[in-house]
Design a protein around this ligand. Structure first.
Ligand code: SF4
Length: 636
């Protein structure tokens, strides 16, 4: 009898509307743990090389982890994977809320989706019964409306819904998958892939909680959470201010990307801070399944120029960055409105806000004019212009909206060489609000990450820099990291830190753990508790080393996928802007990454991973990881 998971994976062919169940053995679950690694197992085998991301043959996977739905904080994430329409490389995106746990309660661990339905449909998984239903009446509706219609139609307020929004139907490249109208699998365009299959939504509901091998041990760990939380220096702020609480911290350090990443300090950061949000427009703190941290923001504005509906949640730190400091905007109401619009249309706030900031820099520098903007005064600091452009983007309308709905890299290709100098993209993904000029190991991870610049694919530098708190170092020692390094460095030891942290995060993206609860440094629970939790749920005897091995499997499978699509070292590069000295004020003014240190770090990183100098896994590496089967997908 499986503990923690159902032992059931659904395979859906949308072209024929056939659905069948697979019941893999326990060894399969232990080897991949679920989530991203498990999705990659199917994608690599079942997606033809060179597939068009919008073609029916592009396999889309949705996977929870083996512990998702266990009654302990941070256990409600789901991974979406497919070839990304943004990069042509592997796409990967996590989202939280209640959908992932409910999927497990409904009786399945993951879904492998192929083909394209002749007509729009939605999939229901209701207590182990699967059905594809007509979705014609849902098309063109915003996420909140779809939620309401489906709850009424199915006569159950407790169903959980994962859907693409009208942004994807309109062809916005960076479309997300949305649940609860405010939780997103935001990055890499997974909403567009689901829309291309004529699959509007997946609806789940069930009451069968997976069995737990050692329930007493799991309860002890869960009960320890509220005692650890106030004693951990980083956690109480997450509860009180959520991720927006990071705005002022980043600004003080000079690492709040400002005016399209040209500066690291925003003179008007305070009005968009988590503290001001808590004092003014915060209506409630929300949570995900079983989580005591309750970091999610719910904001409401019922008077003034920008009305904001609480149904659509509230802006996270990244959204305050991309629509705020990136754009030089200090209007919290306008940013909250932008967040609502993105959630209504199912659009990634990072890619969208950063793309608008890119266009603002192009406008300020005269690379584009009102000719290209359709008369919009697209200067930094103009919230009305930002919202006007956003409306065009999500509808894929207007001269400017049509260009920007395809992201900044494609816009630069239209606007010419000078516009390329304004880009902050890696593999087509706009950089999140953590500055690689100061966080040098993150610079490396932004470059090498198989799906582009991502801030949640490794631990951040501060936790392995001199002056690091004892608590963090004790945890990092479990990953073999004993020697904190100087600030702003990219030493060989920092590269090792980047890699070890990346492997742990890679494992978490397969086990589907929330990275604000579980992690190798600052979080509520560390590596020791991660092992204890997994063993309590499953009855296994895994170690930290075995967890890191799963992280390696996921990364190597992604690397093979990308290599098969023609990506290698030439794609592991950073935008030119990151090698220029930061302007403005604050401790990072004048700080720059250098090409030499970056290239040396890249060489060292590939070698540590056992890959070729071109960044491709070797056959021997795959044998070492018990992934011999995948070697047939390596390029000749
Ligand atoms: S920490 Fe926040 S995002 Fe993570 S599970 Fe808890 S409420 Fe959700």
């Amino acid at each position: 009898m499986p503990y923690g998971y159902n032992g059931k994976i659904l395979h859906i062919n949308l072209t024929t509307h056939e659905i069948h169940e697979e019941t893999p053995p326990e060894s399969f679950y232990r080897k991949y743990l679920g989530g991203s690694a498990m999705g990659l197992y199917y994608i690599l085998r079942e997606t033809p090389s060179g597939v068009d991301p919008s073609a029916p043959e592009n396999v889309l996977t949705l996977f929870a982890g083996v512990t998702t739905g266990a009654a302990i904080s941070g256990q409600s994430r789901i991974n979406a994977n497919a070839k990304s329409p943004i990069s042509g490389a592997i796409g990967d995106s996590q989202g939280g809320g209640f959908f992932p746990a409910e999927l497990k309660f409904a009786g399945v661990d993951g879904i492998v989706i192929k083909g394209k339905s002749p007509k729009p449909v939605y999939l229901t998984i209701l207590s182990g019964v699967y059905e594809l239903k007509d979705a014609a009446h849902l098309m063109g509706k915003v996420t909140g409306e779809v939620d309401e219609i489906l709850k009424k139609e199915l006569g159950d307020n407790k169903i959980e819904i994962l859907q693409h929004g009208p942004g994807a139907e309109n062809g916005v490249l960076f479309s997300s998958l949305v649940s609860m109208s405010n939780r997103n699998n935001g990055r890499t365009g997974m909403g567009l892939v689901m829309a291309s299959k004529n699959l509007k939504a997946v609806v789940v509901r069930g009451t069968k909680k997976p069995a737990i091998a050692h329930p007493k041990k799991l309860t002890e760990l869960h009960r320890a959470g509220p005692k650890i939380l106030p004693d951990n220096p980083d956690m109480p702020g997450m509860t009180e201010f959520g991720t927006p609480g990071v705005v002022m911290f980043q600004n003080t350090l000079g690492t709040l990307p400002t005016r399209n990443y040209n500066e690291g300090q925003f003179e008007n950061a305070d009005p968009i801070s988590g503290e001001v949000m808590a004092r003014t427009i915060l209506k409630a703190r929300d949570t995900c399944y079983a989580c005591i941290v309750r970091c999610k923001r719910v904001v409401e504005i019922s008077e003034g120029k920008h009305l904001v509906d609480a149904q659509y949640g509230g802006p996270e730190y990244e959204t305050l960055g991309t629509f705020g400091s990136y754009c030089g905007i200090d209007d919290l109401a306008a940013i909250s409105k932008a967040n609502q619009i993105c959630n209504m249309y199912g659009v990634d706030t990072i890619a969208c806000g950063a793309t608008i900031a890119f266009a603002m820099e192009c406008f300020e520098k005269g690379i584009i004019s009102t000719e290209e903007t359709g008369g919009i005064d697209l200067r930094f600091g103009n919230p009305d212009a930002m919202l006007e452009v956003l409306d065009q983007i999500v509808k894929n309308q207007g001269k400017l909206g049509k260009v920007l709905s395809q992201g900044s890299e494609r816009a630069a290709a239209v606007w010419g060489k000078q516009a390329e100098e304004c880009l902050i993209t890696v593999k087509g993904a706009e950089a999140p609000a953590h500055m690689p000029q100061a966080k040098r190991s993150l610079a490396l991870i932004y470059a090498v990450n198989p799906f582009g610049a991502d801030h949640q694919s490794s631990e951040h530098d501060a936790y392995y820099e001199e002056g690091v708190a004892d608590l963090n170092l004790n945890r990092l020692k479990m990953l073999g990291l004993h020697e904190p390094q100087p600030q702003y460095s990219l030493t060989p030891e920092k590269v090792r830190f980047a890699m070890q942290g990346e492997l742990f995060y890679s494992m978490m993206d397969s086990l589907e753990l929330c990275q604000f609860v579980w992690g190798p440094a600052w979080t509520l629970y560390g590596p020791k508790e991660t092992v204890e939790m997994l063993n309590a749920v499953t009855g296994w005897d895994v170690t930290v080393d075995e967890l890191l091995l799963v992280g390696q499997r996921r990364l190597n499978l992604m690397r093979i996928y990308n290599a098969r699509e023609g990506l290698d070292r030439k794609n592991d590069k950073l935008p030119k802007k990151f090698f220029k000295a930061l302007q403005g004020t604050g401790p990072t003014a004048g700080v720059a990454l250098t090409e030499n240190e970056f290239e040396a770090a890249l060489d060292h990183y590939y070698a540590l991973n056992g890959w070729t100098p071109n960044g491709i896994p070797t056959r021997q590496k795959l044998v070492d990881l018990d992934l011999d089967w995948a070697s047939e997908y390596l390029p000749a």
